[in-house]
Design a protein around this ligand. Structure first.
Ligand code: DGL
Length: 237
């Protein structure tokens, strides 16, 4: 299968990494729209425009299906246009967490605004808007990270679990654990479950970003734990 994976930046690599480990026999094409991030602080219209350009690019590469490896785009999935199957990372939560008493969810401001998580989780939820995290993670300047996380998580003590509702957040999971040490749920888990059902084929990997610099290259290699990577800059439009 030829599979397109998209995100605003390096966050979707956390999904790609799990897929490369558990479902390696597919042709993966990744696109990170680094020039336009953070998506979570833009308007819906703006990010849907960017994402539809990426989807057109994937379709021109003859992909079979697309994974929206971005919580912010997933929470606006109904506005995305594709002739191919689109897999988002939020709707697979449906029915999976109803036995919990209370769940905290960290997500971007736009994801919180759309209320998407409420559609799929039938229990008490505490939504935490985390505008500072994506810029910290992309810039690799972690000096303020612990202070920021402590503030975001200060009211989550009585939650049974914490959902990392943005694919960037698993990159700082080790720091998140310091302030929430119960169950942490990353959304890539459900995508892997879905893709495990697909028939394996050829394997390959192509990585595209709209803006590339040294920090990005370092981050990509660190997240994927692969040193020999071909990373290309691709400007759409
Ligand atoms: N990885 C994106 C998400 O899952 C980050 C969005 C952003 O760029 O703010 O929501």
């Amino acid at each position: 299968m030829k599979i397109g994976i998209l995100d605003s930046g390096i966050g979707g690599l956390t999904v790609l990494k799990s897929l490369l480990r558990k479902c390696p026999d597919h042709e993966y094409i990744y696109y990170g729209d680094t020039i336009h991030l953070p998506y979570g602080e833009k308007s819906r219209e703006e990010i849907i425009g960017y994402a539809n350009n990426i989807i057109n690019f994937f379709e021109s590469e003859n992909i079979d299906l697309i994974i929206i490896a971005c919580g912010t785009l997933s929470s606006n999935k109904e506005f995305l246009k594709s002739k191919k199957r689109l897999i988002d990372i939020i709707s697979p939560l449906k029915g999976k967490l109803d036995n919990y008493n209370k769940i905290s969810i960290m997500a971007t401001p736009l994801s919180i605004k759309t209320n998407a998580f409420k559609k799929y989780i039938n229990t008490k939820i505490d939504l935490i808007s985390c505008p500072k995290l994506v810029p910290i993670i992309e810039s690799e300047d972690y000096s303020d990270l612990d202070n920021v996380l402590e503030k975001y998580l200060e009211n989550s003590i009585d939650s049974d679990a914490l959902i990392l509702g943005c694919t960037h957040y698993p990159i700082v999971k080790d720091s998140i654990i310091k302030f929430f040490n119960k169950e942490i749920i990353c959304l890539d888990k459900f995508v892997v479950e879905m893709l495990s059902e697909l028939k394996p084929g050829k394997s390959s990997l192509k990585l595209y970003f709209s803006k590339i610099d040294e920090i990005l290259i370092k981050n990509v290699k660190k997240i994927l734990e692969i040193d020999n990577l071909n990373i290309e800059r691709k400007w759409l439009k």
